[in-house]
Design a protein around this ligand. Structure first.
Ligand code: TA6
Length: 293
């Protein structure tokens, strides 16, 4: 059990589980259990807090906008928001009896010079005062992330939120995702709606699907040889994105290396994309767990 701070990286462990969070975007960049890494990280990912780009891989946080948002209040904010690009504060990490906990924080004070933050504020006609917190709890076979958002001064603050998690898999073609049966989806590549009828989803081509999760879709498993994980989340995360850029699009991404590594990853991302609001003085929170099975 240990906690180490190495410049911009916070490394912590609990038994045979090890995690590493980059202050850049508060991005979980590594989750290792019994020597096996479960997260994909591009070899070209820049983990420095000063890097101009978000981390390609791990679990960047998408907030306050998902994609180029269709929501009026978020139209001026860049793709996937700006908090993945900010240098978060590391608050504390402690080894407790049952787990190791690491806490991070980002507030409007750190964002005042960020153009995308300013764009977001324009809609409300005032500087938005907010605080985001991320608390990672590392157990022997799982990691839980708890996120809190406090809206200090806007009567009703609208946002989208997503854990944009890149999972590492030995071979994407041999991977199955279960738990999506009966879920409606939007195929974002073909702008087409559909219903998943199959108990197992395979990813065999460029994929960008946004699922609306129902009551029967609260446990999503990624099954891939010896790398099997179960994903769960609080009930307020009702959306799930499955994304793989595949060969052509991986080639277009500068920070995606090696280019062939689209074969060894798949993003499976819990979030809320329909637009959620938190009223002044209130705290919104959510939780996401990755368990090795
Ligand atoms: O979550 C899927 C997605 O929105 C895709 O449409 C894709 O473009 C991806 O995220 C990566 O976005 P990024 O801005 O990190 O290059």
């Amino acid at each position: 059990m240990s906690v180490e701070v190495e410049n911009d990286l916070i490394k912590f462990s609990y038994g045979e589980a090890h995690a590493c969070v980059a202050k850049k975007g508060c991005t979980l960049v590594s989750f290792v259990v019994d020597g096996d890494e479960y997260l994909y990280l591009s070899e070209a990912a820049n983990l420095s807090s000063k890097s101009p780009t978000p981390v390609r891989g791990g679990m960047p946080l998408i907030f306050p906008a998902f994609g180029n948002s269709y929501l009026e209040s978020l139209k001026t904010v860049q793709q996937h928001g700006f908090v993945r690009n900010m240098a978060w504060d590391f608050v504390i990490a402690e080894v407790l009896t049952e787990c190791t906990v690491a806490r991070f924080r980002l507030s409007h004070r750190q964002c005042e010079k960020e153009q995308q933050y300013k764009n977001w504020c324009e809609f409300y006609g005032q500087p938005i005062k907010f605080e985001l917190t991320m608390v990672f709890e590392l157990f022997p076979d799982c990691i839980t992330v708890n996120t809190g958002l406090v809206n200090e001064n806007v009567s009703e603050l609208e946002f989208q939120f997503l854990y944009h998690t890149y999972f590492r898999v030995p071979c994407v073609r041999d991977m199955y995702i279960t738990g999506l049966k009966g879920a409606k989806y939007l195929d974002r590549l073909q702008t087409r709606y559909g219903l998943d009828g199959s108990p197992m989803l395979k990813v065999e081509e460029q994929t960008d699907k946004l699922y609306e999760l129902g009551e029967n879709n609260r446990e999503i498993d990624i099954l891939s040889g010896n790398y099997n994980v179960r994903l769960t989340a609080s009930d307020n995360l009702k959306d799930l994105v499955v994304w793989n850029p595949w060969e052509e699009n991986a080639a277009k991404m500068k920070d995606f290396e090696p280019k062939s590594s689209y074969r060894n990853m798949c993003c499976v991302e819990f979030g809320t994309i329909g637009g959620t609001t938190v009223t002044q003085g209130q705290r919104w929170q959510c939780q996401h767990t990755i368990t090795i099975i």
